[in-house]
Design a protein. Structure first.
Length: 481
C-alpha cells in the first residue's frame, strides 16, 4: 500500500504540474474457467431450430414454433420493458414458447451454459457479473448481428434497422472488421449527477473548472454535506466522470491510447493531473465518510438523501434510485469539470454511448428468434415504452415524441445537445471487462480514493495491469480504427 499523505506541491499550479510531468465485475476465477471452456468448445451443445420461411412480416426467417429464451440482467432498468416486448413476440409467433427470466448473476447463471453449449437465444449481458465481452468475441461465442441490422425496421419496411439507430451504436458493437457482435440497447449519458435544488441552496452553479469544484465542495462541507460519494465497492463507477475529464484535459487521443493498451498511456500528463484532482477530494475531506464500504445502491441512497452533492453515474440512476429520490430533488447531470481554460476539449465534453449490451450466442438454439426479439425492441413503440418506464433513451433514434421527459432525462438530453460533437466513448469497459472492473477500478482507483495509494502509485499500478493485458496472448486485443 502507498502512503496516505498527499504530496506537497507548494505553490505549483496544476497546469505547471502537467508541463513538468511531460507525461468487474467479472469474477477472476470464473472468468478463467469460462474462457478456457469456451476455447475448448465445451460440450456438443444443443440442436439448432430449423429456420423458418422469410416473409415481409418475418424478414429474419424465425421458426414460428421454436422456443425462444431471453435472459435479462435485472438491474437499474428493471424487467417490465423487456417483458412487454416478449408479449409482442408471443403475439407474432403464437405457436412458439417464450421463456423469459431475469437475474443479477449473469456470469454465475450463464457461464456454465456457455461451457455446455446450451446458452439462451438472447442475453442482456450487464451488471457486476457481466461476462467479458472481448473474451466472448475473441472465442467466437457470439452471433454476428448484421442480418438484424440489414433487416427491415419494425415500423418502416423501407428502412433498415441500422438506419433507425443513434450514431455510434453500430460501431460500438464492432471489435474487428465489419461484424457486429453486440447491440447496445440503452443510450447512456455518463457524468456527474446532482440535485439542482441542493446546488441552488449553496448559491452555486455547476463548476466548470477544478478550482471551482473544490470551492463548491467546501461550501457543501460547511453546511454538513459531503461534496462527493461513489460506489465504493464498485469503484469502476468513478471512470464515468473521470474518463471524460481525462479526454477533456488531454484530448480524445489519450483515451484511445488507453483503450489500445499502448505503452505508458496511463502516464500521460492529463491522466496524472486528473488523478491528482480526484485525490484532492479525498485529501480535503470532501468524500462522504464510509464511501469505500458502500455499494452502488447505498451510495445512491445517501446521495439522494442529501448526504453528498455529487455522484458519478449513468442515466440509469434516475430509475434505479426512483424510490429514494425526493420529488423536489430536481435531478440533473453535467459533463465533468475540467482543469482550466487550456484543456484540449471544451466544457461540456461528455461520455455518452450505448449501454445494456444485448448478445445472441453463437450456439443459441434459435438465434433468429433472439434477433427478432431485438428487432421488436428497436421499434418506436417499444422504445417509447422503455423511455417512459425507465427514464432513459434507447438506441432507437427517436422514441421521445409524446413522452413526458423526467428531470434527469431532460437534463441528459440537454447535456448531449451542449456536447454536440464533443462526445467521447472509452471502450475499456467492453473490450477488457476484467481489466476495467477488477484492476483499474477496484485495485487502482478504489485504493487511491480510499487513501491507500497516492496518484503516482495508482498510475504505476494501473499501467502495470495494462501492460500485463497487452502481453497476455490468451486474450484478444482490439484497437481504435
Amino acid at each position: 500500500m502507498g502512503s496516505t499523505s498527499a504530496e506537497n506541491h507548494g505553490g505549483v499550479g496544476r497546469r505547471d504540474l502537467i508541463k513538468r510531468s511531460a507525461a468487474l465485475g467479472l469474477i477472476s476465477v470464473p472468468a478463467m474457467s469460462f474462457l478456457s471452456a469456451c476455447a475448448s468448445g465445451g460440450d456438443s451443445g444443443q440442436d439448432k431450430a430449423k429456420a423458418g420461411k422469410k416473409t415481409a412480416k418475418n424478414p429474419l426467417g424465425v421458426n414460428d414454433t421454436a422456443k425462444m429464451e431471453f435472459v435479462l440482467f435485472d438491474g437499474g432498468f428493471g424487467k417490465e420493458y423487456a417483458e412487454d416486448a416478449t408479449k409482442i413476440y408471443q403475439q407474432a409467433f403464437p405457436k412458439a414458447t417464450v421463456k423469459f427470466s431475469a437475474t443479477q448473476k449473469i456470469q454465475s447463471t450463464l457461464g456454465p451454459r456457455f461451457n455446455g453449449g446450451t446458452p439462451p437465444d438472447l442475453i442482456d449481458n450487464s451488471g457486476a457479473e457481466q461476462m467479458d465481452m472481448g473474451g466472448l468475441v475473441g472465442k467466437n461465442q457470439l452471433t454476428d448481428l448484421t442480418p438484424l441490422l440489414d433487416a427491415p425496421s419494425y415500423d418502416d419496411p423501407k428502412k433498415k434497422v441500422r438506419d433507425t439507430l443513434r450514431p455510434g451504436i453500430v460501431e460500438m458493437g464492432q471489435f474487428d472488421g465489419k461484424p457486429v457482435w453486440i447491440l447496445y440497447y440503452a443510450y447512456t449519458v455518463y457524468g456527474v449527477w446532482y440535485s439542482q435544488k441542493a446546488l441552488d441552496s449553496l448559491d452555486a452553479t455547476y463548476p466548470q473548472t477544478w478550482d471551482d469544484m473544490l470551492k463548491v465542495c467546501e461550501k457543501a462541507k460547511k453546511k454538513g454535506m459531503a461534496g462527493w460519494t461513489y460506489a465504493g465497492k464498485y469503484p469502476y463507477y468513478l471512470p464515468f466522470s473521470l474518463y471524460p475529464m481525462i479526454g477533456k484535459v488531454g484530448g480524445r487521443e489519450v483515451l484511445d491510447a488507453i483503450d489500445n493498451l499502448e505503452p505508458n498511456a496511463w502516464k500521460h500528463p492529463a491522466v496524472k493531473a486528473c488523478f491528482e484532482a480526484y485525490y484532492e477530494l479525498y485529501k480535503k475531506g470532501y468524500i462522504l465518510k464510509g464511501t469505500p464500504g458502500l455499494d452502488h445502491i447505498q451510495s445512491q441512497t445517501a446521495w439522494a438523501k442529501g448526504e453528498a452533492l455529487f455522484i458519478p453515474n449513468g442515466s440509469w440512476v434516475e430509475n434505479e434510485s426512483a424510490s429514494v429520490i425526493p420529488k423536489d430533488f430536481n435531478l440533473a447531470v453535467s459533463a465533468p469539470s475540467g482543469l482550466d481554460s487550456s484543456d484540449k476539449m471544451p466544457f461540456g465534453t461528455i461520455w455518452a454511448s450505448g449501454g445494456e449490451p444485448f448478445i445472441v450466442p453463437a450456439k443459441a438454439a434459435n438465434p433468429e428468434g433472439g434477433m427478432e426479439q431485438l428487432r421488436i425492441m428497436l421499434s418506436e413503440a417499444s422504445s417509447k415504452n422503455f423511455t417512459g418506464k425507465v427514464k432513459s433513451l434507447t438506441a432507437y433514434n427517436g422514441g421521445t415524441t409524446g413522452v413526458e421527459l423526467t428531470p434527469g432525462l431532460k437534463s441528459g438530453v440537454a447535456a448531449l445537445e451542449k456536447a454536440g460533437s464533443n462526445v467521447v466513448n472509452p471502450r475499456m469497459q467492453d473490450w477488457y471487462v476484467q481489466l476495467q472492473k477488477e484492476k483499474i477500478g477496484v485495485a487502482g482507483l478504489g485504493e487511491m480514493m480510499a487513501g491507500r495509494l497516492t496518484p503516482a502509485e495508482a498510475i504505476s499500478k494501473i499501467q502495470g495491469f495494462a501492460d500485463e493485458a497487452a502481453k497476455d496472448t490468451s486474450i484478444k486485443h482490439y484497437k481504435h480504427q
